[in-house]
Design a binder for this molecule. Structure first.
Ligand code: XBP
Ligand code: MG
Length: 233
């Protein structure tokens, strides 16, 4: 699949773990706390996931027909979204820290085997650093965060997926050329981002992305099959 593998770069949401239900519930909890009657159902959320990034998703929903735009908000819309999303991040991170989300089967052994083989590890995600720390801390232990030589998060990049920015950042921090790294992704947006950065991409469809188009991926399989497909028997 690749001549020389120096680094594995993992997406987080949907790839390391099925996090999107916890994100969805945290969004709804933040909306209720703010006195908003918005209810992001699973079906609506599947559509909303086409917009990457929580703040961008809220902004899109505000403009969504028939219009959820709130009166008197025009001048302060960015601040309103930042505060609402900030609270959602707190709610999500505390859910995850409490153990609400487990890693997908095969992810932990894959990370440990890559480490054993001295393959560099990195993260390229749309979500924010506190959420990455909460997930890896709760699922693997905080010390495992130190195994990741690069952690590129959405707010560090000019453009979110499907733009390649977080992958470009991760590769630059690793000092590894794209031709020697493999990205692991779960969504169409993620596969597009990694391919645009020149990477070989393994897609592992998740609950919310099962119907996405994965034709651009180099391989589609379950996380527990990845080690074998990399030739690590
Ligand atoms: C996942 C996302 C994220 C989460 C919410 O994208 O789009 O936005 O749903 O994260 P990917 P924040 O897995 O492709 O990186 O609310 O923290 O932005
Ligand atoms: Mg994802």
């Amino acid at each position: 699949m690749i001549d020389q593998l120096d680094a594995l770069i993992f997406d987080v949401d949907g790839t390391l773990a099925e996090t999107e239900e916890a994100h969805r519930l945290a969004f709804n909890e933040a909306f209720a706390e703010a006195g908003l009657d918005w209810d992001w159902t699973p079906d609506l959320y599947r559509e909303l996931l086409k917009v990457t990034g929580g703040k961008e998703r809220i902004a899109w929903f505000l403009a969504y027909p028939p219009g959820n735009l709130l009166e008197g908000l025009d001048a302060d819309i960015d601040l309103f979204i930042r505060r609402l999303h900030g609270r959602k991040t707190e709610l999500y991170a505390s859910r995850v820290a409490a153990g609400a989300v487990a890693l997908r089967p095969g992810i932990e052994p894959l990370i440990r085997e890559a480490r054993r083989r001295r393959i560099q590890l990195a993260i390229a995600t749309t979500t924010s650093r506190p959420n990455v720390e909460a997930l890896i801390g709760a699922a693997l232990g905080r010390e495992i965060l130190g195994w990741f030589d690069a952690v590129a998060c959405g707010d560090m990049a000019a453009l979110k997926k499907p733009a390649p920015d977080v992958y470009d950042l991760a590769l630059a921090a690793l000092g590894v050329p794209a031709a020697r790294a493999v990205a692991i992704e779960d969504s169409w947006n993620g596969v597009r981002a990694a391919k645009a950065a020149g990477l070989t991409v393994i897609a592992t469809p998740s609950l919310y992305s099962a119907n996405d188009d994965f034709t651009e991926a180099d391989l589609v399989c379950e996380p527990h099959q990845i080690a074998l497909r990399l030739g690590w028997s």
